[in-house]
Write a protein that binds this ligand. Sequence first.
Ligand code: IDP
Ligand code: MG
Length: 172
Amino acid sequence: MSYLFGRAALRALLCGPRFPGLLVRPSSGGPSWPQERALVKVKPDGVQRRLVGTVIQRFEMRGFRLVGMKMLQAPESILAEHYHHLKKKPFYPALISYMSSGPVVVMVWEGDNVVRISRVMVGHTDSIKAAPGTIRGDFSVHISRNVIHASDSVEAAQREIQLWFQSSELLN
Ligand code: IDP
Ligand code: MG
């Protein structure tokens, strides 16, 4: 039995898939289905500290696909919508002023479980609690300058992607 499976697997490897799905990764030209997407944003402190390349490298090396990216000075109307859930917090005015203090780089990354995995890669909101190896744990020391944003749910990702990007700016 295992001999037969071994032959089939070997044939698929050498000659391409005889059984669709066997040993075929979604990115290898197999069937396409809607892939999960996350909005990731390098905040003004991250851009100023030249961490954009490092962030891109970490997401690429993890295996995600970049499907959209742009650099812009974030309009206050977009920031207000993006951070509407924090409007009543005492730090809200400082947050908007920090996010307006320089350009941001917004990206859309695609791949299996990209939302949950990118939150793990980004680390805890509060830099003190962010584990080493995470982006915040490696590059930030204070919650008010925490370098990066990543969507915290699939629903938030969809909302945020529509807020920051036109559909024509994203690859299909
Ligand atoms: P998240 O960025 O990890 O998703 P949120 O609670 O959504 O965390 O907060 C959004 C952003 O607001 C944080 O990344 C941080 O920049 C800022 N923020 C959150 N809590 C505080 C705080 O207590 N003081 C200052 N800034 C904060
Ligand atoms: Mg959040």
